[in-house]
Design a protein. Structure first.
Length: 399
C-alpha cells in the first residue's frame, strides 16, 4: 500500500495527512475514504490483514492469535496508515497491534482495575463520585487500544459482557438529584447513530438536575471521518456538552484529526485530552511536549495524563510513576500552563483519581513557606495566616 513517510520524531510537530493513494491494492475515492461507514467496514481485524501490510515479529504474531479471547483486534484504515510497516517499536503500532505479553500473568494486574463493577448500582451506570456518573452506552470502539481499562467488557470477546439497562439507568438518574454530570463512554458513544445518540442526549437533558453532559471518545483520533457537520450540529443542540478525546502521541494528530477537532470546537464543544503514559509511546518528555503543544493548536486543552491502569496484560506498556512526574516537571514553566495536564493515578480497586505532582513545596515553618520554581530556585513566601492583618475587616469596609 501507499504508506506515509516516517521522518525523525521532531517532524511529528507538523500535521500530515493519513490518506493513502490506495487501500488493498485499489484506488480509493475521496468520498469512500472520508466515509466513516467505509472506514468501519474496512478495518484491519485479522492476522492475514496485518501480515499483508506489516512485517510482524513473532511476539506480535503470537499476540494476534491469542487476542481473540481477551480483546479483539480492530484498526481503522486512517489510524493504520500511521503505523510504521517494519518497526515493531513504532509508538502507534505499540498501541493497537497485540503482543504475546498481553497473555502474561502478573498477580498485580486486575480485570477491573478501577473497581467500576463494584460501583454500579444498575448495569452500565457507574456511580463512584458524589455528583457524577459514568454511563457505559456501548461495548464497541472504532479501534481497540491494547491497554484498555475495560477490555473485560469491550469488543465482544472479553471475559464479561456489557449489559446496560437503559431505562433502569434513567430511573436511577431521575431519582438522584445530587447527580449533575453524566459522562457517556463505553466503548465509544460516537459510534452510535446520530438518531440514537440524539435520543440519549434528549432524554438526559429532560432530567432537570443534570447540568452538563460529557462524551469520552477516541473516535476523533481513530475515525475523524465520523465528526460530520451533521453530527456537530446535533451535538450543539444539547449544550453545555463537553468532550474528552484521547491522543497519546503527536503523530496521531493528522490534518484530518485537526479538522475534526476544529469542527467540534466551532460548534461550541469544549475539548480536553486524556492521554495514558505508555512505555515506548509517550514516556519521553520531549515527545510529550510536542503532543500537548500540538493539541493546543487543535484547540484541545490537555486535561489528564493517566498512569497506565493495572489492567491484565499491560506490564510491557506500563512505566514508572517517576517518569510521569518527570514529564510534568519538564512541562511546568517550560511551556504555557494551558499545555500542562494533571498527572493522575486511578487508585487500584476503585479509589478514584489521585493527583500526582512534582514537589514544589519545600517547607512550612514559623509563618514562612519555602517553595521552588521550575528552575529549582528557592523562594520564601510569608504565610498570611500566620501574620496579623494591619487593620480589622468588618464586612466590606476598613474600620
Amino acid at each position: 500500500m501507499d504508506s506515509l513517510s516516517f521522518p525523525a520524531a521532531s517532524a511529528d510537530r507538523e500535521f500530515t495527512s493519513a490518506a493513502p493513494g490506495y487501500w488493498d491494492g485499489e484506488n480509493i475515492s475521496p468520498a469512500d475514504w472520508n466515509s466513516w461507514a467505509w472506514q468501519m467496514r474496512n478495518r484491519v481485524t485479522t492476522l492475514a490483514g496485518l501480515e499483508s501490510r506489516l512485517v510482524l515479529t513473532e511476539e506480535e504474531r503470537a499476540g494476534v492469535i491469542l487476542s481473540g479471547n481477551k480483546l479483539a483486534l480492530a484498526i481503522t484504515p486512517h489510524f493504520f496508515n500511521l503505523i510504521h510497516p517494519t518497526d515493531p517499536d513504532c509508538p502507534i503500532r505499540r498501541q493497537v497491534v497485540p503482543r504475546i505479553e498481553e497473555s502474561w500473568d502478573n498477580p498485580e494486574e486486575m480485570s477491573d482495575p478501577c473497581g467500576e463493577d463494584s460501583h454500579m448500582p444498575v448495569p452500565g451506570l457507574v456511580h463512584r463520585y458524589p455528583d457524577r456518573v459514568l454511563f457505559l452506552v456501548t461495548d464497541r470502539c472504532a479501534a481497540y487500544c491494547r491497554y484498555c481499562t475495560r477490555s473485560r467488557v469491550v469488543s465482544g470477546v472479553g471475559e464479561q459482557e456489557l449489559h446496560t439497562e437503559w431505562e433502569a439507568a434513567f430511573r436511577y438518574l431521575e431519582s438522584h438529584p445530587e447527580i449533575r454530570d453524566v459522562l457517556l463512554s463505553g466503548g465509544d458513544a460516537l459510534l452510535l447513530s446520530d438518531n440514537k445518540l440524539e435520543a440519549l442526549l434528549k432524554r438526559l437533558r429532560s432530567i432537570e438536575h443534570i447540568e452538563f453532559i460529557r462524551i469520552g471518545s477516541r473516535v476523533p483520533i481513530f475515525l475523524p471521518q465520523r465528526i460530520t457537520p451533521e453530527l456537530c450540529r446535533m451535538l450543539a443542540k444539547y449544550h453545555p456538552l463537553w468532550m474528552s478525546v484521547h491522543a497519546n502521541h503527536p503523530r496521531e494528530l493528522t490534518t484530518e484529526v485537526k479538522a475534526a477537532l476544529e469542527r467540534l470546537a466551532d460548534h461550541g464543544i469544549p475539548l480536553g485530552n486524556q492521554s495514558v503514559l505508555l512505555r515506548g509511546v509517550n514516556d519521553d518528555p520531549a515527545v510529550y511536549k510536542i503532543l500537548v503543544q500540538k493539541l493546543l493548536r487543535c484547540r484541545v486543552r490537555p486535561y489528564y495524563l493517566y498512569q497506565c491502569d493495572l489492567i491484565k496484560g499491560s506490564t510491557h506498556l506500563r512505566t514508572s510513576v517517576a517518569k510521569g512526574i518527570e514529564i510534568i516537571e519538564q512541562l511546568r514553566g517550560h511551556t504555557t500552563g494551558y499545555a500542562v495536564p494533571q498527572f493522575v493515578i486511578d487508585a487500584p480497586g476503585g479509589g478514584g483519581k489521585v493527583p500526582i505532582n512534582p514537589d514544589y513545596l519545600i517547607n512550612r515553618d514559623d509563618g514562612m513557606t519555602l517553595i521552588r520554581n521550575y528552575e529549582n530556585k528557592v523562594f520564601a513566601y510569608p504565610d498570611p495566616e500566620a501574620q496579623p492583618l494591619p487593620y480589622q475587616v468588618t464586612g466590606f469596609r476598613r474600620d
